[in-house]
Design a protein around this ligand. Structure first.
Ligand code: C2E
Ligand code: MG
Ligand code: MG
Length: 587
């Protein structure tokens, strides 16, 4: 029983060795075919093959005189050669007790000679074999030649395997090797926690700048030298891998304490950078992850390291430690970004809701802010405060605003036809103000729907304006000149440069809800809002308070002469039909 178990286990190890060479089911290759041809010539036999012993088939990497690409492993002599790693000669199948009734025996084969393909670790992958339809003997010289040829096949296999495993520039093991070694580690010590480190030498723009000035050859030298330096610093006994052009990875010795090790590394890096004459040009960053080899796939270790290095680039000490939470948040952002394109096309995922705007002195509803809603088919409702910042910085920014504008204006047109006096506010992103023809496209949309520009208000934040002040200003001026109303959204949270605010072509200031929510907290908070209102009035703006949740806040703001209000106290953002019936009660 234990013998069978042992045999199973060593067979599993053999199969896993075979898989690591990535040979099975690959196309034929001349480098193997020429060896097979030579074997068949030496024996003067019509059939020869490089035959690999898979779980239950013999698969031919190279074949002469054989039609099939594989035969069943059962009773195949090459299988025996792989298992025993000994040469096997069958002078006459008909006289051989084991093989007389095998598939080959029954197909008319009478002679077989096979030499094993053995890896450096001693695993038999298969055989180089020759076959004939007449019984015959094999001379010692022929058997020796067959063994030599099998060794040549093996050398070719090892060579192909090594290719892509050594980085030609640094001579260090490559990313493929890193992944393979992680797989081995998973098999050998699945539960021993390990710390992996990725060092990224420079930001891409630094490499580009350096290449532009010094040439690519110098970059190669620099990378080679730095690699040597890193290897010396971390200790030659550790295996350093060259995982991407400017990236190096290694596993810290088992059992190190993460904190100490990372601190040591950071200090070392800083020193190395100061020592280096090119220190000014290259800023390296370090990513770290701790993992259990048996429960983390090699690809995921590398992915965690990439994530950690990117986090490192954003942290002041340039060290990033992989965190599942950050990774999941990143994944979610990435997914939102990917899926938004579909959402724009789907027709049933995006919609607008409308939050009433109230004229404070009269209590009448005079407008509505259009707010985007996304019902993701899998994630469910996603809040705009989560997805808008992601989409705003993506190529979808333009399409998102186009969708909102289009939908909001169509709604405005319906309300106008129903003789409802409602101004619609639409939020605009910084990216929209970067568009050269944004103002123009708004005007085109208004014209197409036959809407007066006064029915539209665009809400822009101060920070959006400041990001590209010159073009933003041009777009805003053009819109204002066309008669579109402009509001400064989230007032008080941005730069609030008064000098700048003073001559913006805006009509409305919307005081951010964070100030309004704190109104009842004390005198200071009240004075702040009172002076914001006063200042805005002095500059000629109409003032809207956002986020009014209580009757007290509404009363206070009315007393401070705030013009308009928006907030849950009056109404939450409403679906179109809800808004309509709400409006009928507040006209
Ligand atoms: P915002 O433009 O400042 O919109 C006001 C936000 O405050 C809305 O959140 C609204 O539901 C919320 N709000 C209104 N009254 C109250 C209140 O009394 N208390 C509290 N706590 N909150 C209140 P929402 O709809 O989640 O939108 C969040 C932000 O997402 C918006 O802030 C805006 O910056 C952005 N956003 C929403 N829709 C769009 C859009 O169509 N385009 C763009 N570019 N951004 C949008
Ligand atoms: Mg807004
Ligand atoms: Mg706001």
């Amino acid at each position: 029983m234990s013998e069978i178990l042992h045999k199973d286990r060593s067979e599993e190890a053999r199969l896993s060795a075979l898989q690591q060479y990535d040979l099975l089911d690959t196309p034929p290759s001349e480098s193997f075919d020429r060896i097979t041809r030579m074997a068949s010539q030496i024996f003067n036999l019509p059939i020869s093959a490089v035959s690999l012993t898979d779980r239950d088939r013999q698969w031919f990497k190279s074949r002469v005189g054989v039609e099939h690409s594989s035969i069943p492993r059962e009773q195949a002599p090459c299988g025996q050669v792989a298992e025993t790693t000994d040469v096997l000669v069958i002078p006459d199948f008909k006289k051989d007790a084991c093989y007389a009734d095998s598939v080959l025996g029954r197909s008319g084969i009478r002679f077989y000679a096979g030499a094993p393909l053995v890896t450096r670790e001693g695993y038999g992958l298969g055989a180089l074999c020759v076959l004939g339809t007449e019984p015959r003997a094999a001379t010692e010289a022929e058997v020796a030649a067959l063994k030599d040829l099998a060794a040549m096949v093996m050398a070719q296999i090892e060579f192909q395997h090594a290719f892509g495993r050594i980085d030609p520039l640094s001579g260090l093991p490559s990313r493929n090797q890193f992944l393979d070694d992680l797989s081995d580690l998973a098999a050998e010590r699945p539960d021993e926690a390990r710390l992996a480190v990725l060092i990224d030498l420079a930001r891409p723009e630094q490499i580009n700048a350096y290449a532009r000035v010094m040439g690519l050859g110098r970059i190669d030298d620099l990378i080679r030298d730095t690699a040597r330096g890193i290897h010396r610093d971390i200790g030659r006994e550790l295996k350093l891998y060259h995982t991407a052009a400017t990236q190096f990875a290694f596993l810290a010795p088992p059992g190190v304490r993460q904190d100490d090790y990372v601190r040591q590394l950071t200090d070392g890096q800083r020193e190395a950078q100061q020592r280096s004459i090119t220190g000014m040009l290259m800023t390296s960053a370090i990513g770290v992850t701790v993992f259990a080899p048996g429960s983390t796939r090699p690809q995921d270790v590398l992915r965690a390291l990439y994530g950690a290095v990117q986090e490192a680039r954003m942290s002041p000490d340039l060290v990033g430690i992989y965190s599942l939470a950050a990774d999941q948040a990143y994944h979610r952002r990435y997914r939102l970004l990917q899926d938004f394109g579909l959402a724009l096309l789907a027709g049933d995922q995006l919609r607008l809701v409308f939050q009433p705007r109230i004229d404070l002195p009269t209590g009448r509803c005079i407008g509505a802010e259009a707010l985007l809603r996304w019902n993701h088919p899998v994630l469910g409702p996603v809040s705009p405060s989560e997805f808008v910042p992601v989409i705003e910085h993506s190529p979808h920014a333009q399409a998102m605003t186009a969708f909102v504008l289009e939908t909001a204006l169509a709604q405005a047109r319906r309300w106008r036809d129903a003789k409802r006096e409602i101004v619609i506010s639409v939020n605009v992103s910084a990216a929209n103000l970067h568009e050269m023809d944004f103002a123009h496209s708004v005007q085109v949309a208004l014209e197409r729907l036959g809407l007066e520009p006064e029915r539209l208000e665009l809400e822009v934040t101060e920070s959006a304006i400041m990001q590209d002040a010159i073009n933003a200003r041009r777009q805003l001026d053009e819109l204002a000149a066309a008669g579109v109303r402009l509001a400064i959204d989230d007032f008080g949270t941005g730069y609030s440069s008064l000098a700048y605010l003073q001559d913006l072509p805006a009509h409305v200031v919307k005081i951010d809800r964070s100030f309004v929510l704190k109104l009842s907290e004390g005198q200071k908070e009240m004075s702040l809002v009172r002076s914001m209102i006063g200042l805005s009035h002095d500059l000629g703006y109409r003032v809207v308070a956002e986020g009014i949740e209580t009757v007290e806040a509404a009363d206070l703001l009315l007393a401070m002469q705030c013009d308009e209000a928006q907030g849950y106290f009056f109404a939450r953002p409403l679906e179109v039909d809800e808004f309509q019936s709400w409006f009928e009660d507040h006209e």
